[in-house]
Design a binder for this molecule. Structure first.
Ligand code: FAD
Length: 369
């Protein structure tokens, strides 16, 4: 399958889940099983996994275009499910032992199994290098003790990647989410109702050496590429959600009459929409450039994510304003987009840390994080 066909297949499987579907999912606060089945059964979870491993072997720019497509055609922030599954499959393909790859990768590519990430801890926050969860060598296995915070979608995943400290450094372990040594507690949040977030306590979790992902002590270094791809795919999801808001608001502005004329015929309504469209296009260009230069210049990754955070925040806000009081109603959807994109000024990495990294990497100012 080439990239054109893959993106059009994704469009087919995404666009049938319209605003009404997502409104229902959000109001019921449930996992969008039907959307998941549709995108996973279309064979697209292996989007960026090499062909030799059973994937489609497509490139990063195409992947980001695909994420933006599913976000723009109604999924909005729920495009996270597509992007995170594609990247999880890549983690297993790149860092899994032969045993792990053999039993898990085919099931992940077909959507039968899902994976989540447990890196952040209450004490460490964004400073991943300071995590306190510990893995010690036991009899023929490793024993993990500690706690994790903000684990997305844990209840709907079969496996979790747990980052823990060892003498050698931070190491990534694969564990079954159903293991009794993993005790989860749902955390209440203010948006993104299609997934749940969890705090986790890990008590004497035994993991065999075959379930280590990559080299001992090198997890953060070895996952860096995938974390960077995650930032780009998140940027694409934000840009798609920004377009979804502006499309919705422009359509509304063409129909809604106030003071005897269409609100969209007022420049006060048109200009912020046009300005948002420009910001989204600019963010899109930077994103494509960051994908193109990915192998030679990673500093563009953070700039692309920052610009997409900015453009999507502005666009969702303008969309809400365009709909006036109606924008504040659940039934009009733009309020949901506005609330969801807010989370992505904090995660996967906050606006401030992105700015600090740009100041350091691109301007040569002192590193502050
Ligand atoms: C919706 C959501 C989903 C998530 N999913 C996952 C997941 O699946 N797995 C996972 O492991 N984690 C996940 N996270 C965690 C996320 O990646 C961040 O680690 C977490 O949001 C950090 O929050 P904190 O309050 O601990 O930040 P802190 O590190 O306490 O920072 C608090 C504030 O201080 C600012 N700050 C800190 N240091 C500096 C500095 N040097 N310069 C300038 N500003 C600074 C930060 O930018 C931030 O605004 C998720 C978070 C959210 C909100």
């Amino acid at each position: 399958m080439d990239s054109k066909e893959a993106i059009s297949r994704l469009l087919d499987s995404s666009s049938k889940f319209t605003g009404e579907y997502w409104r229902k999912v959000y109001s019921e606060e449930r996992f969008p099983e039907e959307y998941w089945n549709s995108i996973s059964s279309s064979g697209l979870i292996g989007f960026i996994v090499p062909r030799e491993a059973g994937g489609l072997g497509l490139g990063l720019s195409d992947f980001c275009s695909a994420v933006e497509t599913t976000a723009r055609w109604y999924a909005g922030a729920a495009s996270y499910l597509f992007l995170s599954s594609c990247l999880s499959a890549l983690i297993i393909e790149r860092l899994g032992s032969e045993t792990v790859k053999n039993f898990l990768l085919p099931d992940m590519l077909s959507g039968r199994k899902r994976l989540c990430i447990a890196l952040t801890e209450e004490v460490s926050g964004l400073d991943s290098a300071s995590i306190q969860t510990i893995a010690s060598k036991g009899q023929g296995s490793y024993v993990i003790n500690g706690s994790k915070m903000f684990v997305s979608n844990l209840d709907k995943c079969d496996y979790v990647v747990i980052f823990a400290k060892m003498e050698e450094g931070i190491t990534a372990f694969l564990a079954e989410t159903s293991n009794k040594a993993i005790k989860k507690r749902k955390i209440e949040k203010i948006g993104l109702e299609f997934i749940n977030l969890f705090a986790v306590d890990i008590e004497s979790l035994e993991v065999s050496h075959e379930f280590i992902l990559g080299k001992q002590g090198e997890a953060l270094k070895q996952m860096r590429d995938i974390f960077m791809m995650d930032r780009l795919a998140t940027a694409a999801s934000l840009i798609g959600t920004g377009w979804l808001s502006i499309d919705t608001a422009s359509k509304y502005a063409k129909e809604r009459v106030s003071f005897g004329r269409k609100i969209g015929s007022n420049q006060g309504v048109q200009f912020p929409l046009a300005d948002s469209a420009c910001r989204l296009m600019a963010a899109e260009s930077i994103l494509m450039k960051a994908c193109e230069y990915f192998e030679i210049d990673r500093s563009l990754v953070n700039i692309a994510l920052l610009q997409s955070q900015d453009a999507s925040s502005a666009s969702t806000d303008v969309a809400l304003q365009t709909l006036g009081g109606h924008g504040y109603l659940v039934e009009k959807d733009v309020g949901r987009y506005w609330k969801d994109v807010r989370a992505y000024r904090l995660h996967p990495i906050s606006e401030e840390i992105l700015l600090a990294s740009i100041a350091w990497q691109s301007l040569g100012l002192p590193r502050t994080y």
